[in-house]
Design a binder for this molecule. Structure first.
Ligand SMILES: NC(=O)c1ccc[n+]([C@@H]2O[C@H](COP(=O)([O-])OP(=O)(O)OC[C@H]3O[C@@H](n4cnc5c(N)ncnc54)[C@H](O)[C@@H]3O)[C@@H](O)[C@H]2O)c1
Ligand SMILES: [Zn+2]
Length: 344
């Protein structure tokens, strides 16, 4: 097991990579009420291994249920079980469960403590680490939410074995992103271990998760509210979020296409060599992730303009300057319109 820490202006969080669900009890506060929030799949697969709790609350799966409406029954249950300010919430699940349980814990009684057992690759390398939580609102993703760090995050590796390949691959989109923006060694490690991923090798998964969190925790510790350095994690997401919204493809798949478009733009603007762009495309293809999509430039640009990270007429755009390095510069939508036809 490996341990990491986020120490930020809004609090601290301990992250345990390779710890097991069976050991979670030792991280929970004693003599305090515990609520587990989970989804029906995780509950049925791993419910027997859940730690002792006063109540287990299931939230329905899917982005459509990551909503304010779904919170209602959770608060009802917490109140029915006489939860108070000293109570603790444990989210056991993927990104949706973690985002929602963090949000619930932050607003219930003006805030109670919480922790996560993160059960998808995507949530281990991204969603559960970094203090962002919240829900969607009328089609706008993660529009209502807060920044708040869990006391702990447990990244169970064995549990990833029951993840469908498509979910594992979606998480790999974010792992490749981490290598591409900040760590060439991680990038080449992925290049050399594509086959091991298909076999769910625990050693390889541990490296992917650990190295990703090293990158994310270092940056988030200094910029938890994303006013500067944290923006680098948006690489591939300016295009990716729009592609996800239009095509409904899984998040990491859309980010994969978005990274290719962003890398191509980096080449067109003279920031990165063509060979590095080709290297990124080859790795994504070898993993089985998409590198293009059917969305036309006009539709893509229109939806990109609805980005919640938009800053007036422009957006902070993450360019690659090589494999393992990047820079962030503001780009106007007018300028993006000039290039977008050459990217798609
Ligand atoms: N807070 C952040 O910084 C942040 C970052 C990235 C993504 N997100 C959010 O994360 C969400 C996506 O997360 P996700 O991809 O984990 O999706 P998810 O939580 O919907 O999980 C994907 C599916 O896998 C199932 N599942 C979970 N763990 C499993 C396991 N071990 N075995 C078998 N099935 C399992 C779930 O029931 C679900 O159907 C999005 O809502 C996104 O907005 C948040
Ligand atoms: Zn993402």
């Amino acid at each position: 097991m490996k341990q990491l820490e986020i120490k930020s202006s809004i609090g601290e969080s301990k992250i345990f990579v390779g710890e097991t669900l069976a050991n979670v009890t030792k991280y929970l506060p004693q003599n305090r009420k515990i609520a587990i929030i989970t989804d029906p799949v995780i509950h049925s697969l791993y419910g027997e291994q859940f730690p002792k709790a006063d109540v287990v609350i299931e939230i329905p799966r899917g982005e459509a249920n990551k909503s304010l409406q779904s919170l209602d029954v959770v608060f009802e249950q917490l109140i029915a079980h006489e939860f108070d300010r000293t109570s603790f919430i444990l989210g056991i699940g993927g990104g949706i469960v973690c985002d929602m349980s963090g949000f619930i814990a932050t607003i219930f009684m003006r805030g109670i403590e919480f922790g996560f057992v993160s059960t998808t690759l995507l949530s281990q390398v991204d969603a559960s680490v970094g203090g962002k939580n919240g829900v969607n609102f009328r089609g706008y993703k993660n529009m209502i939410g807060t920044f708040n760090l869990p006391k702990f995050v447990i990244c169970e590796l064995n549990i990833l074995k029951s993840l469908p390949q498509s979910e594992l691959l979606s998480g790999m989109g974010e792992v490749v992103k981490h290598g591409a923006i900040a760590n060439e060694q991680l990038f080449s490690y992925i290049e050399n271990h594509v086959a091991d991923l298909q076999n769910y090798s625990l050693e390889v998964l541990e490296t992917f998760v650990y190295e990703s969190i090293v990158i994310k925790s270092n940056v988030v510790s200094n910029d938890v509210r994303e006013s500067g350095a944290r923006r680098i994690f948006n690489f591939g997401h300016t295009f990716g979020h729009a592609i996800e919204k239009i095509t409904k493809m899984p998040h990491g798949y859309a980010v994969s296409v978005g990274m290719v478009y962003a890398a191509k733009l980096s080449v067109l603007k003279g920031k990165m060599a063509q060979k590095d762009c080709d290297r990124l495309i080859t790795l994504l293809q070898n993993l089985g992730l998409p590198t293009s999509c059917e969305v036309g430039p006009e539709e893509l640009l229109t939806v990109m303009k609805c980005d919640k990270k938009r800053d007036g007429d422009s957006v902070h755009f993450v360019y690659l300057t090589g494999i393992g390095s990047c820079c962030v510069e503001k780009v106007s939508y007018v300028e993006l319109a000039k290039y977008i036809g050459d990217l798609c």
